[in-house]
Design a protein around this ligand. Structure first.
Ligand SMILES: CC(=O)N[C@H](C=O)[C@@H](O)[C@H](O)[C@H](O)CO
Ligand SMILES: CC(=O)C(=O)O
Length: 308
């Protein structure tokens, strides 16, 4: 791992490969790392998050996955961020200590979502207890209100956060509220926080208000195209950047109408990369054959500006 460049650009939210009988399948992670680096030009990963079904795995499995990503990513990946959020504080702390022990480049935590924090102070208190178990590891808050139901605005959360969480380094922002994101960026200009956006279909809008990069499921298989969008934005060639966003959006709009979640992401990644991602874990169920046929045809029908 090359040490500690600021996290920016694309981060793939990794899928957890599983065997047909539902065990985690560590044996393909080596190939998965090579695929991301050489085929998608993506060198950062976010392990055990939403796409990785992190909350459906047991502690042992989460540790094994984090270790395997660290081990296979050594000298190949720039950042391995491990999601260590859990409903149980001691479990989350144990995962944070483990991530620190294996040398993870960052840890991230979602808000607990069964018993929920009702205000900023309760949420910070929980995050602080986890972060302090890994005092040398950059800490990211993972904001994903559509799944956690915790809608505390990030702008409010960040106010004074460094005093309570000295390792605080940024936010993975998976919400459509771009006003909140913009205010976060605006109010923290002097900090070196990383704002990583997590709604892939509208990343360009987040870049416009100053997001530093993105964490998402689609960068597993649309990383190369999305990198071209980032390049066009940086140039700036906004017409070209929009073209890429419209096309990735065309695919996502199509699959979202069919029903698109982690199971479908596993299926898409399997047919695009050729690496068997296997089934999801219950309560998620396998994507249908009909979904796979239609999604594949849609993806193949898209004509990209780079002629690919
Ligand atoms: C809810 C969810 O899984 N969000 C992902 C990451 O935050 C995104 O990468 C989406 O999968 C993507 O934007 C497609 O909707
Ligand atoms: C999508 C995302 O960022 C995650 O899987 O956590």
């Amino acid at each position: 791992m090359t040490p500690r460049k600021k996290l920016q650009g694309l981060v793939a939210a990794t899928i957890t490969p599983m065997t047909p009988d539902g065990q985690i399948n560590l044996s393909v992670i080596h190939q998965y790392v090579d695929y991301l680096v050489s085929e998608q030009n993506v060198k950062n990963v976010f392990v055990n998050g939403t796409t990785g079904e992190g909350l459906s795995l047991n502690i042992q499995e989460r540790k094994q996955l984090a270790e395997e990503w660290m081990c296979q990513g050594k000298d190949k990946l720039d950042h391995v961020i491990v999601h260590v959020g859990a409903l149980s504080l001691p479990e989350s702390q144990e995962l944070a200590r483990h991530a620190a022990a294996i040398g993870a480049s960052g840890i991230a935590v979602i808000a607990p979502f069964f018993f929920k924090p009702t205000d900023k102070d309760e949420l910070i208190a929980f995050l602080q207890k986890v972060a302090s178990e890994a005092p040398a590891v950059p800490f990211y808050y993972y904001h994903i209100p559509p799944l956690t139901g915790v809608k505390i605005r990030v702008e409010e959360l960040l106010d004074g956060i460094k005093e309570q969480i000295p390792t605080f380094q940024g936010v993975k922002f998976s919400d459509t509220d771009l006003l909140d994101l913009a205010q976060c960026i605006n109010k923290n200009e002097t900090e070196q926080f990383a704002f990583l956006y997590g709604v892939d279909e509208q990343l360009l809008s987040a870049l416009a208000v100053g997001a530093n990069g993105a964490v998402g499921s689609t960068y597993n298989y649309l990383g190369r195209k999305t990198n071209l969008m980032l390049q066009a934005f940086a140039k700036p060639d906004l017409r070209l950047a929009r073209k890429y966003q419209f096309l990735t959006g065309e695919f996502l709009n199509f699959v979202i109408k069919l029903g698109f979640g982690v199971a479908e992401t596993k299926a898409v990644m399997t047919f695009v990369s050729g690496i068997p991602m296997g089934p999801p874990r219950l309560p998620l169920v396998d994507a249908s054959e009909e979904f796979i046929v239609k999604a594949k045809a849609k993806l193949e029908s898209i004509v990209w500006p780079d002629g690919d």
